[in-house]
Design a binder for this molecule. Structure first.
Ligand code: BTX
Length: 326
């Protein structure tokens, strides 16, 4: 009901009387008043006048369904939103829903994560109300070996969305970081559940720094937010909606044609190409020059002895960016 009142206020733009709302939605005027108070508690600025009724003046920058949905032009991505004030990890929430058979497109969003995860058990920091922590459920009809390429498709969508909203020079540090000013702006964590030849589900988690002024000591040398870079605050809901819009468009292409239509963009947005890189995998560590990204989305590295290696996944550090220690 609260959502319907909000929608009513939003659509009318002018004052609407409590009586009109109560008649339209078939609830008592006391109930209208209670819901309006709830909305105010959630940060909505609503003017009340005994003569004229209520008017929505400003909506808060929350990442709830009510705030994101008017900005979406997707069919199924982000149309089902689980919204949390505080949660351990949005990826864990989506996994529970995935196991219960939820269709693809579901997202979980949190204002704060208390146990946000990066890759290989690393920590991801999501302080309250200034970042985006979002996880999305996908059920691609793919063989498991191609799942890592979805990370590149979301990375392209993130760069497209951020560039259009901010105009900043934002790059992809293959495979899963988005960088600004040589530092980490956003991290992507792709997790899947699969049989040998079929994927049950994929969960894409995205953590993005938006309005942090500064960072905890352990990450302050590697992390950047849109605000710490530019001094300006950004509306998180606009950015999230833009990412979801771009992603659905791109994901539809990916479903039919795989990653190859994105390779040009992946290369154009790359922070790696023509740079010296160090690749660490579970079994090995080697150094060389990143010379290409092939049509399967793999990174091609030329070692100093002239050998060429094709890298499917791994931790990459790049000369000139955070974490490069040759
Ligand atoms: P990653 O393993 O590449 O990056 C983790 C590393 O990044 C940490 O070890 C730390 O050095 C650094 N780091 C931690 N927090 C931040 C931050 N806010 N900004 C910049 N650097 C940071 C990257 O893993 C994937 C992160 C995915 C996070 C999303 S949030 C929604 C979803 N839920 C969840 O638990 N994880 C994902």
């Amino acid at each position: 009901m609260k959502e319907r009142i909000l929608e009513y206020l939003r659509n009318s733009k002018k004052y609407v009387s409590g009586e009109d709302i109560s008649r339209e939605l078939n609830i008592s005027r006391t109930a209208v008043w209670k819901y309006i108070n709830k909305l105010k508690e959630e940060g909505y600025s609503i003017e009340s006048s005994s003569k004229k009724g209520y008017r929505l003046v400003e909506s808060p920058d929350r990442l709830s369904y009510e705030e994101i949905s008017p900005l979406l032009d997707t069919n199924y991505i982000g149309r089902n939103v689980l919204y949390f004030d505080s949660v351990a990890s949005t990826n864990d929430i989506v996994r529970e829903y995935a196991q219960r058979g939820e269709p693809e497109g579901l997202i979980a969003v949190a204002e704060e994560q208390t146990k946000g995860r990066g890759r290989m058990g690393r920590r991801w920091s999501t302080p309250k109300g200034v970042a985006i922590a979002m996880s999305m459920l996908l059920r691609p009809n793919l063989s498991p070996q191609f799942v890592p390429t979805i990370t590149s498709v979301i990375a392209v969508s993130v760069v497209e969305a951020l560039t259009s909203v901010t105009g900043f020079d934002i790059k992809i540090k293959w495979p899963n970081d988005i960088v600004l000013d040589g530092k980490k702006l956003c991290g992507i964590l792709t997790e899947m559940s699969a049989e040998i030849d079929a994927v049950n589900h994929v969960i894409i988690g995205m953590g993005m720094n938006i309005n942090q002024d500064d960072f905890e000591d352990d990450i302050k040398d590697v992390a950047v937010s849109l605000k710490s870079y530019s001094g300006k605050s950004f509306e998180r809901k606009l950015i999230l909606a833009e990412i979801l819009n771009r992603f659905e468009e791109n994901y539809e292409i990916f479903k039919f044609h795989g990653v190859s239509p994105f390779i040009d963009k992946i290369k154009r947005f790359s922070a790696l190409l023509n740079n010296r890189v160090i690749i660490s995998n579970i079994n090995e560590k080697f150094e060389g020059e990143a010379i290409d990204i092939d049509m399967d989305g793999c990174l091609i590295v030329r070692l100093d002895n002239g050998d060429v290696r094709r890298v499917i996944s791994g931790d990459v550090s790049v000369r000139g960016l955070y974490g490069y220690t040759p």
